[in-house]
Write a protein that binds this ligand. Structure first.
Ligand code: FE
Ligand code: FE
Ligand code: ZN
Length: 280
């Protein structure tokens, strides 16, 4: 099964997202748990969730990816910001228990001058305060472009976080193709080597989802500006290799390209046309 989808607006609830997914031919999707730049979450509507879960089954949608707000920063130098991160992640994970078995992806954070080592320690501390064995959601660290003081631009940093988390089995990694490219991992011309490195440093069993984005910038630019599929420096041929790669092909792929719904529909159709039958 090819699980391909995109980021959808959560403004009208779960069932509305699912209808949009269906309309554009998506077999999975990603959504924000709340306003991406603020902190407010919608009240949960049980009827909406029940209808959504029923339809999700009927459509055989793949694992969904909830995305934490961008303002969540567990390694800020400001205590107020770190507390917001704990409160928000705790609340998000509680809410996601209503749709068990999906992913919660977050940006590890920006250490804003405290240094990567201290940033990593704070992220570990946050996760250890939040993760519980009874959770039904897998929490994903997103690979970052390494812009500014972002933590998570190197596979080693993600590995260190995973190693420090007590309930590490609740955690995985989401690979963002634009971010790793901007971070200096050449997935265009050396995809196999990059995935081998991922396997060596983190372990491919940790890889749970892919954010499929082209990049407006050259390899190693550390900029994090997404481009439409085939319109950036990674290019369409590399995208074709990525969606068909044996280590990646069963994962959910979520587009976060600059598009409205119709643009996403076109990209999904394009990617489906490039998908090859599996040989096993
Ligand atoms: Fe992200
Ligand atoms: Fe992403
Ligand atoms: Zn990005």
């Amino acid at each position: 099964m090819f699980y391909i989808g995109c980021h959808l607006s959560c403004a009208k609830g779960f069932l509305a997202m699912e209808k949009n997914a269906e309309k554009i031919g998506a077999t999975t999707f990603q959504f924000f748990t709340r306003n991406p730049r603020g902190g407010n979450a919608r009240a949960l509507d049980e009827k909406d969730i029940a209808a959504f879960l029923k339809r999700k089954e009927e459509l055989s949608l793949g694992t969904l990816v909830a995305h934490a707000p961008y303002t969540l920063n567990g390694c800020s130098s400001e205590e107020r910001v770190r507390e917001f991160a704990v409160r928000t992640m705790t609340d998000d994970l509680e809410r996601l228990e209503h749709i068990p078995g999906n992913y919660y992806n977050f940006h590890p954070g920006s250490h804003v001058g405290q240094g990567t080592e201290e940033g990593i320690l704070q992220i570990i501390r946050m996760l250890n305060g939040i993760l519980k064995p009874e959770l039904h959601t897998t929490v994903l660290l997103e690979t970052m472009a390494g812009k500014g003081s972002e933590v998570g631009g190197r596979f080693e940093e993600l590995r260190t976080i995973l190693d420090g988390v007590e309930y590490s089995e609740k955690m995985g990694v989401c690979l963002d193709t634009c971010h790793v490219w901007d971070g200096g991992y050449d997935i265009r011309d050396h995809l196999d080597e990059v995935l081998e490195e991922f396997d060596r440093v983190i372990g491919l069993s940790r890889l749970k989802a892919v954010h499929l984005n082209d990049s407006q910038n050259p390899l190693g630019a550390r900029k994090d500006r997404h481009a439409r599929i085939g319109e950036g420096h990674i290019g369409l041929e590399a995208m074709e290799r990525i969606i068909n790669h044996p280590a990646l092909r069963e994962l959910p792929f979520c587009l976060e390209t600059p598009n409205e719904l119709d643009g996403y529909a076109r990209e999904i159709a394009l990617l489906k046309s490039l998908r090859k039958e599996s040989n096993n």
